[in-house]
Design a protein around this ligand. Sequence first.
Ligand code: PGA
Length: 258
Amino acid sequence: MGDKLVIGNWKSNGRRLENEALLTLLCAQALEPNIGVGVCVPYPYLDQVGRLLEGSAVVLGAQDVSAYPDGAYTGEVSVGMLADFGCRYVIVGHSERRALFGESDQMVARKARLALEGGLVPVVCIGETLAERDGGEVASVISRQLEPIWAELDVDDLARIVIAYEPVWAIGTGLSAEPSQVDEVLAFVRQSLSSRSTQADTVKILYGGSVKASTAFDLFSLPDCDGGLIGGASLVAVEFLAICKAAAAVSNNGSVNE
Ligand code: PGA
C-alpha cells in the first residue's frame, strides 16, 4: 500500500501569525521521504500557507469545495480557485459538514468528481455516529456513504481518491476508536473498493478521530490503514511532527518486510 499519508485538518482555526509560527516549526523539520504530509487550511489562508510551504515537502489542501463550477454561486469557492492557489488535496464530506451544513451523500460524491476533474485529490470522509454504531448499522452507513461515490466516479478516477474513515464519535472527543474497530471498517472499505476497482490496493485509506502521537503508530500499523486525517493535533507542531514520525516508522517497517 506504499507510503503513509498524514493530512492535517485545521478546521476553522488559525490567524496569520499563528499559522506562520506553526508552519515555521513544521517546515524546519526534515520530513522522512517515505511519507506524504499535507495541511488543509481555511480558505482565507490558502495564499499565505501556500507561500510558507514553498520549498517544503508539505502540500497544501482545502477543507471543502463548491459542488458547482465558477459562476453565479454567491459565497462559493470552486475547484478552479483551489487549483489556482496550488491545492493538491480537498476534504469532502467531513462529518461536520454533513451534520451542520446538510451535505448529502450525493453532494459529497459530486464534490469528489468536480475535485478530480479539476486535478485535485478529494479526501472523502465517511463514518458512523455513536447511535449508528450502537444500533449495529456501521456497515450499512458506510455502504450508504460510499455507493454514490462509486456511482459518480468512473473506475480510473476511483483509483485517484483518498478515503478517510472518521467515526463521528471519535472526532474531537479525545476518544480514538480502538485499533480493532478501525481495522474492521477499513477492511470493509477496502473490500467494497475492490469490487469496483482493480487498483483498490493502491487507494489510500486513512483513519481520523482523535489521533495523537501516542496512538498513531498502532493505528497506522493496521493492514488497511494508509495514514491519518488529523484535526486537533495538527495545530500543535510537536504533536503533528510526532504523528508524522510514527507514520514514517510504520512505512519503514513495511519496506523492511517487503
Ligand atoms: P480530531 O479531528 O483529530 O480533532 O478528532 C479529526 C477530523 O475531524 O478530521
